[in-house]
Design a binder for this molecule. Structure first.
Ligand SMILES: *[C@@H]1O[C@H](CO)[C@@H](O)[C@H](O)[C@H]1NC(C)=O
Ligand SMILES: *[C@@H]1O[C@H](CO)[C@@H](O)[C@H](O)[C@H]1NC(C)=O
Length: 778
């Protein structure tokens, strides 16, 4: 009781005159706590930078060898929540701004959690899920087929993920406090379209008629409310691909979901900054800059700006970058930061390029059945709402998800109540017996097959067409690829029949040189938090596949008669979780063999196998029984091969320092909001230091006469850090920093800074910084 009194006084500064007032206040608070919040869980949120190498590394997703990272659009993060029953079980969910989860990353994170916490966090109750951005550095997966275009394994990509996930979970663990969780759902209509409607149409008409749309439009959101701090975060699931950024983009980006998360976290921090009664010294910097600068008129500002010429590059430390990172500088020391994650679900056939797919040569819509233009797939591209600007498309699809999430967040009222529980099993999908209903009654036993990819895989999709002469919906294949494939592994008759009608391009499940090309052991996992059930799947379910899986599990839970699950049971699929095994279509979609069908690795009965295995988990959950752990997936870290060469050294021309400005802003210049300021610095390879939780680029505003305050960094949508070198083997390089002045930027004097790290010939890393001349925004 005394502790509670003290904390009320400290946080709300209520002038309490009498003891009676104290007591009645406490009674009211305790009453409202039991009635309104009824906090029944411990909740904790965490978030950490996982931005990998911003140079030289192939981007994961499009399998385009020419898509090499060369800068940052905005940073990638691992966002986590932990929910625990005070005396019971707990679950951890991590959402990654990455293309997908990786088996090897999951294995190594679990090892680190074991070293820290013993058996508190294991494969059973930890889920690690990817948002499916196609604009993050690759090379962090262990199976060959996923690291071909990245020239093998990329240790730096891998380490950034493992370190960041671990730190994000540790943060969530340390933030665990009593709190409540609310769930809300709503429709978002304009953020996804079906990119393989011809395959969807092959599903039975009776089934299709149950649904209004050919993609799922529902967003499911969790709102986390800490008893002490109030709202501390939200996680939501909505199906749309992370392909707003194209296959030629080279800037690291969280695509539409990463953007939505950035927007929502900033929205919350700025909102709470306005509504909290903070002292002036606690007002976040962006707000205070507005206050300080409106006193100056344009002439005075120009005068001020002209006294700050660009300063030459000079030595710095790693800390100087992190210290200027805008969002860390804003954070109150003891208050947990607001964490908002936009998670992926059954996005298999869902494109964010909502305007449809068109031929780039003629401008007419692509062929409906094959997504081709005059018979060629490489001319057919989906268009986002910001077409032809992919950054705009990313912003718009991100904003649509963000707006819907804010809506659901503000109106969430259904509280999660009940047990926290989970089940997890490893299943060998290469030869699983699956019992399915037989046409005309009864049941039959069918089998999955060792993994293989069909010819239409190489055609890519309308979000990123393949470069080869393949058509989607091809059931014959071309002789060149048949030849290449034969050099690798000729599938035997049994394998061919098992996958039929898929024509096999790569028999990945039977290719073991130099190590496994594709996974065969996959994790399936179910979490329960009260009436919410999360199904962690290691791949991309199509719309209808997702519906079938959710329905099967929900039916099993609600009809069990246990009384634990009522009609308010919410089932969500967490896509691309724990490991990656490409796509999962329905049996009927599989027959059409578009990209998604060709990438359904374990044959036509893959979905039925998932449904069977998830029903086992659900049944065990209801009955309180254990499940078989299943065979362990391999740890292939020691076998990984890498062809990516390390940074040899960085240099500058004679008389030039690292960080010197090579192209400054024009002298005494004034920029309008909406225009773009560009400054070029002499720089060094960003692989020398990822500047984790720091920044490569910074916009500062002048406060008073000589105090520079960070306002935007490389985690901001409006600031782009682009890195380039004149030729592939040159030790010289430049950083181009582009700031598109947002409409919300305040009037004032600004300058642009660059942070970097250079490698000397002998291998030591030297941090540096450089600064542009000042300019005025009016
Ligand atoms: C697509 O293929 C189906 C089945 O072969 C055919 O009936 C339909 O006419 C085709 N649609 C178009 C627009 O070519
Ligand atoms: C910039 O402005 C300052 C002060 O107003 C002036 O002294 C200087 O000559 C100007 N420079 C240029 C290049 O116009």
């Amino acid at each position: 009781m005394m502790e509670l009194l003290a904390s009320i006084g400290c946080h709300f500064r209520i002038p309490l005159k009498t003891m009676w007032l104290w007591i009645s206040l406490v009674l009211v608070l305790q009453y409202s706590k039991t009635v309104l919040s009824d906090s029944n869980y411990l909740i904790g949120m965490g978030s950490y930078d996982i931005t990998g190498p911003a140079a030289d590394v192939n981007m994961m997703g499009y399998a385009n060898t020419e898509q090499i990272a060369s800068g940052i659009h905005f940073r990638l993060r691992a966002r986590s929540f932990i929910v625990a029953e005070p005396q019971g079980k707990r679950v951890v969910f991590v959402n990654l701004d990455a293309c997908m989860a990786s088996q090897l990353v999951t294995i190594k994170v679990l090892e680190r959690l074991k070293a820290r916490y013993g058996n508190l966090y294991t494969e059973q109750n930890v889920a690690i899920s990817g948002i499916h951005t196609h604009a993050g550095p690759g090379g962090y997966l262990q199976y060959v087929v996923y690291i071909v275009t990245s020239l093998g394994f990329v240790r730096q990509s891998f380490d950034a993920l493992v370190d960041g996930i671990e730190k994000s979970i540790v943060q969530a663990h340390e933030n665990l406090q009593p709190g409540s969780i609310f769930v809300n759902k709503g429709e978002l209509l304009d953020a996804g379209v079906n990119r393989s409607p011809s395959a969807y149409l092959n599903n039975p008409a009776s089934e299709r008629s149950k649904y209004k749309y050919n993609v799922d439009k529902e967003m499911t959101l969790l709102k986390f409310v800490d008893d002490q701090w109030g709202p501390v975060g939200s996680f939501n699931w909505f199906a749309t691909h992370g392909t707003s950024m194209s296959r030629t983009n080279s800037l690291i980006s969280g695509d539409n979901k990463g953007a939505a998360a950035r927007f929502m976290e900033d929205w919350f921090e700025q909102n709470s900054a306005k509504s909290d009664e903070l002292g002036t010294d606690e007002i976040p910097r962006r707000v205070s800059t507005i206050i300080s600068s409106i006193h100056n008129n344009h002439h005075e500002l120009l005068e001020l700006a002209s006294s700050f010429q660009s300063s030459p590059g000079k030595p710095a430390t790693r800390v100087s970058s992190a210290a200027r990172h805008v969002r860390s500088a804003l954070r109150q020391a003891d208050k947990p930061g607001f964490v908002s994650a936009f998670c992926q679900t059954n996005c298999g056939d869902v494109s964010p390029n909502v305007l449809g797919a068109f031929c780039i040569d003629t401008g007419v819509p692509c062929d409906f059945n094959h997504s081709t233009c005059g018979g060629k797939n490489e001319l057919c591209y989906g268009r986002g709402p910001g077409y032809p600007d992919e950054f705009e498309s990313t912003r718009i699809i991100g904003e649509r998800q963000f707006n819907k999430a804010v809506d659901l967040f503000n109106t969430a009222s259904e509280q999660l109540k009940g047990k926290v529980d989970y089940r997890h099993s490893y299943v060998d999908f290469s030869q699983l017996e699956v019992t399915i209903p037989k046409e005309g009654g009864g049941s039959e036993v069918v089998k999955t097959c060792p993994a293989a990819m069909g010819f239409a895989f190489a055609a890519g999709t309308t979000d990123g067409p393949g470069a080869f002469d393949f058509k989607q919906g091809d059931d014959k294949g071309n002789p060149f690829w048949r030849l290449v494939r034969n050099l690798l592994k000729t599938p035997d008759k049994k394998q061919v029949q098992c996958h039929s009608p898929k024509p096999i391009l790569l028999d990945t499940g039977e290719m073991k040189q130099p190590y496994d090309w594709a996974p065969s052991i996959l994790p399936v996992q179910i979490f329960r938090i009260g009436q919410l059930v999360i199904l962690s799947v290691p791949g991309e379910f199509t719309t209808m596949s997702g519906r079938r899986l959710r329905d099967a599990v929900k039916t099993m839970l609600t009809s069990s008669g246990s009384g634990e699950f009522g009609s308010n049971t919410h089932v969500v699929i967490a896509g691309l979780t724990n490991t990656y095994s490409q796509y999962i279509t329905t049996f009927e979609e599989y027959q059409i063999q578009r990209y998604e069908g060709a990438s359904t690795l374990y044959g036509p009965h893959t979905l039925s196998a998932y449904i069977q295995e998830f029903q086992k988990l659900a049944s065990a959950l209801i009955k309180g029984q254990a499940v078989e752990p299943g065979p362990q997936p391999p740890d292939l870290l020691k076998k990984q091969i890498s062809f990516l060469t390390p940074v040899v050294m960085d240099s500058t021309p004679a008389g030039v320092n690292f960080g010197d400005v090579s192209s400054d802003v024009p002298a005494n210049s004034t920029f309008k909001r909406g225009s773009t300021v560009t400054v070029v610095f002499w720089s060094a390879c960003p692989r020398n230091d990822l500047m984790t939780e720091g920044t490569f680029a910074l916009v500062e505003i002048l406060q008073g006469k000589d105090s520079w305050v960070p306002t935007y960094d490389d985690d901001d949508f409006c600031l782009r850090f682009k890195w380039s070198r004149p030729s592939k083997l040159s030790p010289r390089s430049q950083a181009t920093i582009e700031w598109t002045i947002p409409p919300s930027a305040s009037l004032g004097v600004y300058r642009i800074r660059h942070f970097g790290a250079a490698k000397r010939l002998m291998g030591s890393i030297q941090h540096f910084t450089g600064t542009s001349s000042a300019f005025v925004v009016a």
